[in-house]
Design a binder for this molecule. Structure first.
Ligand SMILES: *[C@@H]1O[C@H](CO)[C@@H](O)[C@H](O)[C@H]1NC(C)=O
Ligand SMILES: *[C@@H]1O[C@H](CO)[C@@H](O)[C@H](O)[C@H]1NC(C)=O
Ligand SMILES: *[C@@H]1O[C@H](CO)[C@@H](O)[C@H](O)[C@H]1NC(C)=O
Ligand SMILES: *[C@@H]1O[C@H](CO)[C@@H](O)[C@H](O)[C@H]1NC(C)=O
Ligand SMILES: *[C@@H]1O[C@H](CO)[C@@H](O)[C@H](O)[C@H]1NC(C)=O
Ligand SMILES: *[C@@H]1O[C@H](CO)[C@@H](O)[C@H](O)[C@H]1NC(C)=O
Length: 379
């Protein structure tokens, strides 16, 4: 090969790398420019917007908020604690075990359910306060608690709840510190932990972002996140789930439902788990009405989706998509992407011993997709 061709290839490669670092997809729109990150947005068809705030940059105060004013031209959005300040007022040095049952202790997920209620998953501190491990629903007409499902006896002190999805009278939750799925009967509150430490609920690799393993700031070791992301197919037939480091599994929901009341069925569940998609380390997922499962690739700053025929398609790649956590498909066929920068927060060791390396503002974006929400998930 001529030297000049070699040179032009070398120049081209450097340019290609440079482009990857500053790749912008013009289809992506800014929804909110925030003073702190959010790990999930959810919306109602009539325009209400709720966020969860993880507080990984020294922020304190409200954890679950409603956006009252989106802000513009650089002004901060106006957020108010939902449903009130008291639910958001947990203080470990002054509150007791009764407070732990009626305040957010360590909320990890929020979403509007198919019933139009706002659901919050509180991982809590179950080894200290059993009732802090809970699933809460709020009536959005009254902005009051509808029901609290206490799950501390099921998570057994060591298990932290991650997120929830619905299928008629059943709810399924991922639990990410032991590695398991929790099946819950929403009518009577009966719940069971299943697939405990099964190969499908365990992370076989640490979590990563930007091509590097995340090192826990509390243990100094690589961070494993077991059963994490989850979805239910629009027809209710399949439950999909994966650890934070990826590789998505599925199981037919009928087997999960049977296992709730039948010990034999619970013991046989592992036989019905199936590998579904070779997904990478993922911050969050969402499903649409056609059953496409969107997931963020936190190493490559991409959003891809797995179609029901198990093919994977790239939706977008954009250098601004820094740790997109839980996603959301709204009734206007937009995919909400909270670029939370969670990997740059204080839960993980940062360059130069910084407590966190989040750059502000922290953005929430949307991109149009051709599908609305799956009705089994929300309107
Ligand atoms: C935002 O900025 C644009 C451009 O400077 C201006 O036209 C618009 O009136 C501003 N909007 C508000 C609400 O200040
Ligand atoms: C928690 O309560 C203690 C004692 O009243 C107080 O000093 C501290 O500031 C409170 N923490 C927060 C985050 O409000
Ligand atoms: C935990 O919740 C259960 C169910 O509501 C209740 O009976 C129990 O008293 C609560 N425990 C504490 C310590 O608040
Ligand atoms: C429990 O599950 C087992 C295995 O699927 C099944 O053979 C058995 O009939 C079930 N028992 C009841 C009472 O449904
Ligand atoms: C799989 O489904 C996608 C989305 O509907 C479609 O574009 C693609 O052609 C399908 N591929 C195959 C091999 O059927
Ligand atoms: C980070 O902090 C540790 C412990 O204080 C210290 O040993 C180490 O040298 C620091 N590293 C850097 C890059 O500052």
């Amino acid at each position: 090969m001529l030297l000049s061709s070699l040179l032009s290839i070398a120049v081209f490669s450097i340019l290609a790398l440079a482009n990857l670092q500053h790749e912008i997809d013009p289809r992506i729109k800014t929804a909110l420019a925030m003073g702190q990150g959010s790990t999930g947005a959810s919306t109602t068809p009539d325009g209400r917007l709720f966020l969860i705030l993880p507080h990984v940059d020294g922020s304190h105060g409200n954890r679950i908020v409603e956006v009252i004013d989106k802000g513009c031209n650089g002004s901060d959005p106006k957020l108010v604690g939902f449903p009130d300040e008291n639910w958001n007022s947990w203080n470990a040095s002054t509150d007791n075990s009764i407070d732990a049952g009626v305040k957010y202790v360590s909320p990890n997920a929020q979403r509007i359910g198919p019933d139009g209620k706002l659901w919050v998953v509180d991982s809590g501190i179950p080894d200290q306060y059993q009732n802090s491990s809970k699933l809460i629903s709020f009536n959005l007409e009254t902005n009051k608690v509808d029901r609290i499902y206490y799950l501390g006896k099921i998570t057994t002190g060591a298990g932290l709840l991650n997120d929830v999805r619905f299928n008629g009278k059943f709810a399924y939750l991922t639990e990410y510190t032991i590695g398991s799925i929790i099946v819950l009967d929403l009518e009577n509150g009966h719940a069971r932990m299943v697939l405990r430490k099964h190969t499908s609920t365990i992370a076989h690799f640490p979590d990563s972002a930007d091509g590097k393993f995340l090192i826990s700031s509390s243990t100094g070791k690589p961070q494993y996140i077991h059963a994490d992301d989850l979805e239910v197919s629009p027809d209710g037939k399949y439950f999909y789930y994966q650890p934070g480091s990826g590789y998505m599994w599925r199981i037919e929901t009928k087997y999960l439902n049977d296992a709730l009341y039948n010990n034999t069925a619970a013991g046989l569940l592992h036989m019905y788990t199936e590998p579904y998609s070779p997904t990478p380390a993922t911050g969050g997922t969402a499903i649409d009405a056609a059953g496409n499962i969107y997931y963020s690739d936190v190493d490559r700053h991409e959003i891809r989706y797995v179609s029901p025929n198990q093919t994977t398609t790239l939706l977008t790649r954009d250098s601004r998509l820094e740790w997109v956590d839980a996603m959301w498909v709204d009734s206007e066929q937009r995919l909400w992407m909270c670029a939370s920068q969670l990997n740059r927060g204080d839960r993980f060791i940062q360059p130069n011993n910084q407590t966190y390396s989040i750059t502000k503002p922290v953005y929430i974006y949307t991109i149009d997709v051709d599908h609305g929400p799956s009705p089994i998930d929300h309107s």
